[in-house]
Design a protein around this ligand. Sequence first.
Ligand SMILES: C=C1C[C@]23C[C@@]1(O)CC[C@H]2[C@@]12CC[C@H](O)[C@@](C)(C(=O)O1)[C@H]2[C@@H]3C(=O)O
Ligand code: AKG
Ligand code: FE2
Length: 333
Amino acid sequence: MVVASQPALNHSSLIKTCKPTSLFTGIPVVDLSDPEAKSLIVKAFEEFGIFKLVNHGIPMEVITRLEVESLRFFNLPQPEKDRAGPPDPYGYGSKRIGPNGDVGWIEYILLNTNPDVMSHKALSIFQQSPEIFHSAVNDYISAVKKMTCEVLELIADGLGLEARNMLSRFLRNKKSDSCFRLNHYPPCPELQALSGRNLIGFGEHTDPQIISVLRSNNTSGLQICLRDGTWVSVPPDRSSFFINVGDSLQVMTNGRFKSVKHRVLADNTNPRISMIYFGGPPLNEKIVPLPSLVAEGEESLYKEFTWCEYKKSAYKSRLGDYRLGPFEKTASQ
Ligand SMILES: C=C1C[C@]23C[C@@]1(O)CC[C@H]2[C@@]12CC[C@H](O)[C@@](C)(C(=O)O1)[C@H]2[C@@H]3C(=O)O
Ligand SMILES: O=C(O)CCC(=O)C(=O)O
Ligand SMILES: [Fe+2]
């Protein structure tokens, strides 16, 4: 990895670059209407921590409407966008990710999906084009949330949990602390000169919540880290969703599913736009292994903590830190 030092990139000289890696064709693909979907999803989460969902039932019109409205926002003059930032953590952000010095070739909007928690800054995003943007975001989130709950119910079935709603109840709870992110990675033509390298848009990390549901346009950029430590590029697919395990689901399955490390490289010629729903539990919810997933004689691999405690700790960490580390039991505990 090298740091970009071209004059045109001076303003972002802290943003690292990276060589693109080979396209990975092995991401499991699951058709939501397949009678085998539950076992295929469990297998995908055990092996890769991610899968591609097709035939998901979300109308393309709902997706495209949000993409068009997001681009309308990101194409506004910078001072207008800046009025909705800096993020607290919700609102509009550019180049800085989180509060601890992480940077990337990205601009984004981060929203809490619970309207009661929406901050002033986040709300001012809607004030620029109120009804249209607001309804595009709401329609998208409610469709994706419903689909995600279906997926979590299939997972509960596939894992043989005592009730189908053991996981989906966290997202359906009206206090669910879920969030939603619109990311825009502008192309960086200056980088053509840095032969074959790309700017890092979003550095490597795992997502802290239960489950993340990502949809992007057809511009590549998403990379995942396989179990053997190799980074591979995930071919984009504008009409599908990529669904990945978050840290909280890793704990709830006592390590049977592992949250997948991922990152995004900005493309040198085309803008990438992505929208991610992060399904999280209510703040006071304990994040503990589901009892039926801890066999007799086995113990939880993790100390007991609430989502609020984990989130606080996540916001003190850097993007690439192993956030579950402090919550793991050591041999003597
Ligand atoms: C550097 C950070 C940004 C982040 C909060 C954190 O301190 C560490 C986790 C980051 C992350 C990654 C997944 C999601 O994009 C996100 C919204 C989240 O919940 O955790 C971001 C946080 C953020 O951008 O505020
Ligand atoms: O923008 C993307 O494609 C993924 C971004 C991501 O991983 C995140 O926002 O947590
Ligand atoms: Fe992520």
